[in-house]
Design a protein around this ligand. Structure first.
Ligand code: KMH
Ligand code: ZN
Length: 310
């Protein structure tokens, strides 16, 4: 019997939502980002979605030098596909946000497919004392944050990155973003098969429930036919359940401390690898094969690890 195609686990190691006070497990020093990324790959993550942070206080950073401090270590040890975020943190221009991807030319980078409110300000109420000065205001001020990804921004990113033959993780936070992606494909900005990350449960985007996942999938089927691959990330407590549902529906999955700090109700995860190991066990219990990095490269038609610049 032919082997069932594998399910790709992406692990998003640190992101730009959570802050050091919220969990001691959230890595922000380059050696910790590298160690957790390598452990996540060893636990079964075929793709590592990476943001950088300032090593001295954990603030989100898009400085290419901060990426340079961990990318070579990860490449040397892990073998997993490296996906560099272009999401940035609050208020960076698109030019700043794509600078790390331009410099390091990874196999993949994220690309956000529309502008939305993107808020996590309710988290500011959960802590009275913060480890670092920047944290409370950063979290509270997300109440006023518009995550800007205009058509012009998307075109600028796609055009600048085109010579690098990078595949995108097209992050779609609502159904309209799927239409934005279709429009951009029709304009010739992206070629099939595109890889869509359905992002559920961000305050400002579509909610994290099964109906919405089915709606996103149905809409994507209508717009892209066979020209797309897809994955789900559900923020917060919905992370594992919707990942399992996505796999049952033929999709791939994303976990990681970027989007959920927990491993169970009220229990902080000890590491990214713990979340990867958990979803891996769930997938295997459900009869799925987990795709290794080489299978992930094949499924997503990536250029290969020998063509990156780090
Ligand atoms: N944490 C995700 C909801 C990016 O890196 O480009 C958003 C994200 C954006 O992953
Ligand atoms: Zn990200």
């Amino acid at each position: 019997m032919a082997r069932r195609p594998g399910t790709i686990i992406t692990c998003a190691i640190t992101g730009a939502i959570h802050t050091p006070t919220m969990s001691a497990a959230l890595p922000f020093r380059p050696e910790d980002i590298a160690a957790q990324a390598i452990a996540a790959a060893e636990a079964g993550a075929g793709i590592l979605h990476l943001h950088a942070r300032r090593p001295e206080d954990g603030a989100p950073s898009i400085d290419p030098e901060h990426f340079a401090a961990f990318l070579p270590r990860i490449r040397g040890a892990a073998g997993a596909v490296v996906n560099i975020s272009t999401g940035g943190s609050l208020l960076n221009s698109i030019e700043e946000r794509i600078a790390p991807a331009l410099r390091f030319s990874p196999e993949m980078c994220s690309l956000n497919m529309g502008s939305i409110n993107f808020s996590f300000h309710p988290l500011a109420l959960r802590h009275d004392r913060w480890t670092f000065d920047w944290e409370r205001d950063y979290v509270a001020n997300s109440e006023g944050y518009i995550f800007r990804n205009t058509f012009r921004d998307i075109r600028a990113a796609a055009t600048a990155l085109a010579p690098h033959d990078i595949r995108f993780e097209h992050e779609c936070y609502d159904v309209g973003h799927l239409y934005n992606l279709r429009f951009c494909m029709d304009q010739g900005l992206f070629r099939a098969p595109v890889f869509i990350q359905f992002v559920l449960g961000i305050l400002g985007g579509i909610g994290a429930d099964l109906d919405n996942l089915a709606f996103m999938k149905r809409t994507a089927d209508k717009l892209f036919g066979h020209d797309y691959r897809w994955s789900v990330l559900a923020a917060g407590g919905a992370q594992m359940g919707l990942a399992a549902a996505a796999a049952q529906m033929g999709g791939h999955v994303r976990v990681g401390l970027e989007d959920s700090l927990h491993i169970g109700r009220g229990r902080l995860a000890a590491s990214n690898a713990e979340q990867v190991a958990r979803i891996r066990r769930i997938l295997e219990d459900l009869g799925h094969n987990v795709a290794g990095p080489e299978e992930a490269r094949e499924i997503l038609a990536l250029k290969g690890a020998d063509r990156v610049r780090f």
